[in-house]
Design a protein around this ligand. Structure first.
Ligand code: SAH
Ligand code: SF4
Ligand code: F3S
Length: 440
């Protein structure tokens, strides 16, 4: 059987990579081409439930398919990812969208192929959600669409139970992949021409503490960066409670490792950090940044911040602003706190009114943007190395990123996607840079 597929992805980098695994599964069972939704024979939603708006987004998009499914009853609709792992969520989905054919969980993504085959043989919908994490299933059939970048999981799950966060409930406990599997995958990707490898885990610094992998994260990073070839290495996410000097020493040793650390701080107030169960203080966080910059002065840091967490006072919020200025982040993802059912924070009785949350997020976004803009302006006149990722049809320009994740646009007569090019920056516009290619 052949056919077309369409995958809709929500959420984090981990989910983006899991959609590549879903594409691999679909291709293995005979689907051939990714097409727009209207031409697809199967549509898979890979959902996220980190905040309420991520769920609403998916609900809206799934609901919009009702008509298409009526016109095309043979169309298969599958929903998986983090949302279906939430307690009671499959019942909600069944009720709201009776036309969904298949539901699978983030913890049993690898079964999707069998579930589709089962659904084809029966009228009844197929629902299979694995409730607890099992052994890691090693497959290498991801169908990657992110060339020249490649995502590589080093571990799954999370043990941290930050009080606002649903991830540990939907992704299970930490499971580290074996170093030999990770290293073999990276070697293969580099041999295939991938030029940027990003190691993924909810808390990469605790790699190997759940089972005997024989390697810490720093050792694994060292081994990955020791693989021959011209490529960049990134890793995310580092948890400030575990980030350490060993990792920075490995960064010093290898120029291949980007001088950028994503170190989500969440809040600049110790009272809020404690209520969030983050298990570090503002002082420890700032000491880590200092340690990083003392060894690698050129290093940059990005972060995630939540405003409007239960009990956050104006004073607490101002401490976050102050910390943002002190660290001078390269960029920051900012979020309004969203209560998630089943988490500790959702039961706290000091929730913050929406207008206060909105006011804080607006001020914070403005601050972050002004810092990012200032950093962009400093680029003008400098020459940076860009890994060309794509061609922007609208702008008629190639684009790529420097090691700090800054997007640079430029003209080129030849197709340079997948190549490192030297770019002399002539202009900065917000977070984007524009430049001219110079001989590297
Ligand atoms: N493992 C990573 C984060 C994964 S989720 C870490 O520990 O940093 C990505 C980001 O979403 C988090 O850093 C946090 O800033 C945000 N987030 C998580 N739960 C949230 C919630 N309930 N409301 C708002 N933002 C949330
Ligand atoms: Fe969520 Fe905290 Fe785990 Fe990150 S470390 S995934 S924020 S529980
Ligand atoms: Fe990622 Fe969202 Fe799941 S952020 S781990 S896809 S809840």
């Amino acid at each position: 059987m052949s056919g077309n597929y369409h995958i809709v992805t929500y959420g984090c980098q981990m989910n983006v990579h899991e959609s590549e695994k879903i594409a691999g599964i679909l291709r293995r069972i005979g689907y051939e081409k990714e097409t727009p939704i209207e031409e697809a024979d199967i549509i898979v939603f890979n959902t996220c439930c980190i905040r309420e708006n991520a769920e609403n987004h998916a609900f809206g998009n799934i609901g919009a398919l009702k008509k298409l499914k009526k016109q095309k009853p043979e169309l298969l609709i599958a929903v998986g990812g983090c949302m279906t792992q939430e307690k009671g969520k499959t019942d909600v989905l069944k009720k709201k969208f009776p036309f969904i054919d298949i539901m699978f969980g983030a913890l049993n993504l690898e079964t999707l192929g069998d579930l589709i085959l089962r659904k084809r043989a029966q009228k009844k919908k197929v629902i299979e959600i694995r409730e607890t994490e099992g052994e890691i299933v090693e497959t290498d059939d991801a169908y990657r669409t992110s060339y020249p970048n490649a995502w590589v999981n080093i571990m799954y799950g999370c043990n941290n139970f930050c009080s606002y966060c649903i991830v540990p409930y939907v992704r299970g406990r930490e499971r580290s992949r074996k170093p030999e599997h990770i290293l073999a995958e990276v070697k293969k990707l580099v041999a295939e021409g991938y030029r940027e490898i990003t190691l993924l885990g909810q808390n990469v610094n605790s790699y190997g503490t759940d089972r005997d992998t024989g390697m810490s994260f720093a050792e694994l990073l060292d081994a990955v960066a020791s693989i021959e070839g011209k490529f960049r290495v990134r890793f995310m996410t580092s948890h400030p409670k575990d980030f350490n000097e060993d990792v920075v020493r490995v960064m010093e040793k290898h120029r291949k490792i980007c001088r950028l650390v994503h170190l989500p701080v969440q809040s600049g107030s110790n009272a809020v950090l404690q209520a969030m169960n983050r298990r570090y203080t503002r002082e420890k966080y700032l000491a880590e940044i200092e340690m990083l910059k003392s060894r690698l002065p050129e290093a940059e840091v990005t972060t995630d911040i939540i405003v409007g967490f239960p009990g956050e006072t104006e004073e607490d919020y101002l401490q976050t602003e102050d910390l943002v200025k002190t660290v001078d982040y390269a960029s920051a993802f900012t979020f309004v706190y969203s209560p998630r059912q089943g988490t500790k924070a959702a039961t706290m009785d000091n929730q913050i009114p929406e207008d206060v949350q909105k006011n804080r997020i607006m001020r914070l976004v403005e601050l972050v943007n002004s810092l990012t803009r200032k950093k962009s302006e400093k680029y003008v006149g400098k020459t940076v190395e860009i890994l060309c990722e794509d061609f922007d049809e609208k702008k008629g320009l190639y684009l790529g990123r420097d090691e700090f994740g800054r997007m640079g646009y430029f003209e080129s007569e030849q197709n340079v996607v997948g190549e490192f090019v030297s770019l002399k920056i002539t202009r900065a516009n917000g977070i984007s840079l524009f430049g001219e290619m110079v001989k590297g």
